[in-house]
Design a protein around this ligand. Structure first.
Ligand code: 3H9
Length: 706
């Protein structure tokens, strides 16, 4: 038995088999150390006459998470991954990949370059590069189609979705029934190799573009153009895979390499890679560490069984956690529980749940009309009407009935969590858990720490979010926290643009072309214009210095144009339809309001003006939020915007987008419009201090540390 010195990759020889073991925690990313280890291992095995076969495997629960994404921004990349795979595939002794767990991206490409692949049923593999704005660049687009059926290979590469190994019979030479049998099955497989079957190079397989395969390409291309609107990489993936059918293997690899670099050099790739790390970094917070204890959450209660409360409760039932919903009236409670059942039944009809799963989840949900039944819960989430007095009544009662150590959370989207905490005798146990609507669908959770919230409560909630499959971002207390505070200037400018003469459809078009799933007017109509109206009514002091603030929206609500639910808002809607229809009456209302308020309407509002005024002001607010420490880092804001507001992930979030555009440019444009719009511009469009400072230093939000 011989051993090689490389901490990232182990090497042993036993009974004629050289085993190269990737052991680079946490995910065997194919860093330079791993690549060097793989090459060294292959070379050692080839030069050792006692070795007749080579196994590449992993000591972790995962085979490999693929290329090391952190290396994409530079550094010494030699040997590169394609060189490593070339070495593996051209080895003159059989190389067998043994996958004890998932293989993604470059990890799967390593396996595809081996001569044989063994794994167990229940494992998954994938080529998720497209989610990073790139394509598989180490032969994945050439080798996978040579082993898998065309539709599966193409779909895997274009969507990036993981696939069960049992759906890839051509890729795996042996699939053990259980992971425990993998070792024994590998031994048997190795013993079965003989001179004829021992070296099978994927590159030797020739593919042709038949009519049937062309049909697959046409269908996937049409589907991709619809599903991946705005994304650059997916269509490049299709182009690369085409090379597998139309070019010789070596030429196909070169074609893939060229397309890979084309993708890599785009702002989209930078944005999507930024977002990959942003999402993970959101979980790294300085408020607690490994030594901070966690509270046990085995029983949850939700106050309020309306749409929001019901959606929140479903998250816990989905995760197997019993949850009690409280409504003071039995009728409201019954209605809430019935709505949840209806939601689950709908999922079952769509084949997303079995009837058994529906029943299991419903059995975890119970209802009560009395607070006394909440005495033994570990966590209560209040989801009642958004009014401070109502919330205070709830929390005063919870303080009386809940056991010591129970976490008392508010789902408020705007109110002061410190004030709520202050009406209890245990402010250290009070926190905000701001779910986004629909709460059972949206992945984002703003975890709002109040002044006295204890570290263990924060840690428990951040960890709990993972259990219920949410992406949690820790934020501080201010009106609207991060997400809603930043959406305020976005909506404000949209409404003011309407007053100045833009149409709802022009504003919405500019922002959907930018990549937002819908424009601010369509979004407002969907949410209900009355919601914003009541928020404005309750914040008169805040808006009193600008009588034009939300003026058109207010008039729309006063004319019973509350949005989709009333069939008219900023648009008209036909009965049963969600398709917005432009309505000249809205322009007329805006015209009258402009005349009343002394605002001159213009017909020269450009698309650029709309983008700057809606989006750059949102970014500007993000800068204030950063400076105030409401968000700990700019990437947290990006996560909130992508998961909470559908901000296009290929822009990386508003703060990454601003960094990509350049903060100097953002300052210049805001200043230009601040100047051009006179008193209004001076009031609302001035760049913030932090934005100006970072721009002057030629720095970025990403580099800002509070
Ligand atoms: C590629 O392969 C290109 C090639 O085709 C061509 C090259 C020429 N690199 O997600 P987790 C870190 S592109 C660097 O919490 P999980 C991650 O940041 C790659 N770091 O664990 C985190 O760090 P921290 C294609 C990586 O168990 C820690 O590992 N592959 C990488 O929930 C744990 O991560 C992909 O796109 C990486 N590749 O999920 C797969 N992967 O603790 C990307 C992870 O400091 N990875 N890290 O925050 C994943 O999807 C998930 O991480 C995985 C594990 C499913 C593997």
């Amino acid at each position: 038995m011989t051993e090689m010195e490389n901490k990232a990759v182990g090497y042993t020889v036993q009974q004629g088999v050289a085993t190269i073991t990737m052991q680079s925690a946490p995910v065997n990313a194919l860093s330079r150390a791993v690549r060097v280890g793989l090459i060294d291992g292959i070379e050692s095995a080839l030069s050792d006459d006692s070795v007749s076969a080579i196994v590449i495997t992993s000591s972790l629960a995962l085979f490999s998470g693929g290329a090391d994404i952190s290396e994409f921004s530079g550094g010494d990349l030699s040997p590169n991954l394609p060189e490593v795979l070339d070495k593996i595939e051209n080895a003159t002794k059989p190389v067998v990949a043994v996958l004890p767990g998932p293989a993604f991206g470059g990890g799967l490409e390593v396996a595809l370059a081996c001569h044989h692949r063994i794994t167990f049923a229940g494992n998954q593999v994938g080529l998720p590069e497209v989610n990073l704005g790139i394509l598989p660049g180490a032969g994945g687009t050439q080798r996978l189609p040579r082993l898998a059926d065309p539709a599966t290979a193409l779909t895997m590469i274009v969507t990036g979705k993981p696939t069960s190994v049992v759906k890839l019979p051509g890729v795996f030479d042996k699939i053990s029934d259980k992971p425990e049998h993998l070792l024994e099955d590998t031994k048997q497989y190795l013993a079965s190799l003989n001179a004829e079957n021992c070296i099978k190079r994927t590159s030797d397989i020739t593919l042709t573009m038949s009519e049937e395969v062309q049909g697959v390409f046409d269908a996937v291309t049409a589907q991709t153009k619809k599903a991946a609107r705005g994304f650059f990489a997916p269509l490049k993936c299709i182009e690369a895979v085409k090379g597998a059918y139309t070019l010789a293997f070596e030429d196909g690899l070169k074609h893939e390499g060229k397309l890979f670099m084309e993708c890599m050099n785009t702002p989209q790739a930078r944005a999507q890679q930024h977002f990959f790390f942003a999402e993970r970094a959101a979980g790294h917070v300085s408020d607690f560490d490994k030594s901070t204890p966690e509270r046990s959450i085995e029983k949850v209660a939700v106050i309020g069984a309306g749409t929001m409360g019901g959606g929140i409760a479903m998250n816990f039932a989905n995760a197997g956690i019993p949850v009690t919903m409280l409504e003071l009236k039995q009728e409201a409670l019954d209605k809430g529980l019935a709505l949840i059942r209806k939601n689950y039944e709908n999922s079952a009809k769509k084949g997303k749940l079995t009837q058994e799963q529906v029943e299991t989840r419903m059995a975890l949900l119970s209802g009560t009309t009395t607070y006394d039944d909440l005495a033994d819960v570990d966590l209560v989430i209040e989801a009642v009407f958004e009014k401070m007095e109502v919330k205070k009544t709830v929390f005063t009662t919870l303080d009386k009935v809940c056991k010591p150590g129970a976490i008392l959370a508010s789902n408020t989207s705007t109110l002061d969590v410190n004030e709520i905490a202050a009406c209890t005798s245990r402010p250290q146990d009070v926190i905000g858990l701001h779910f986004f609507s629909p709460a059972n669908v949206m992945k984002l959770l703003e975890v709002v720490k109040a002044e006295d919230t204890s570290a263990d409560v924060i840690k428990t909630c951040m960890k709990l979010a993972k259990r219920i499959k949410k992406v949690a971002v820790l934020v501080g207390v201010c009106f609207g926290f991060v997400g809603n505070r930043m959406i305020e200037p976005y909506g404000r400018e949209a409404n003011r643009l309407l007053l100045e003469g833009a149409s709802p459809e022009q504003v919405d078009r500019v922002l959907t072309q930018f990549g937002m799933p819908m424009g601010p007017f369509t979004m407002g109509d969907m949410a209900g214009l009355d919601i914003g109206y009541y928020v404005r009514q309750s914040r008169q002091a805040f808006i009193s210095h600008d009588p034009t603030y939300g003026a058109v929206a207010d008039r729309l609500v006063e004319k019973d144009r509350n949005g989709l639910k009333t069939g008219r808002g900023a648009y008209l809607y036909e009965a049963g339809s969600r398709v917005p229809i432009p309505d000249p009456e809205v322009l007329e209302i805006a015209k009258q309001e402009a005349a009343r308020l002394g605002v001159t309407q213009r017909d020269d509002i450009s698309d650029e003006e709309i983008l700057v005024r809606c989006l750059y002001t949102l970014i500007n607010e993000g800068a204030c939020i950063l400076e105030e420490g409401i968000a700990a880092k700019s990437s947290d804001i990006d996560v909130i915007y992508v998961y909470g507001y559908g901000f296009p992930v290929y822009r990386g979030g508003p703060m990454q987008y601003a960094d990509e555009v350049g903060l100097g440019e953002i300052v210049d444009k805001l200043s230009t419009y601040a100047e051009r719009l006179g008193d209004y511009g001076k009031m609302w469009l001035q760049p913030s201090d932090l934005l100006i400072k970072l721009a002057q230093e030629r720095s970025s939000f990403a580099k800002f540390k509070n």
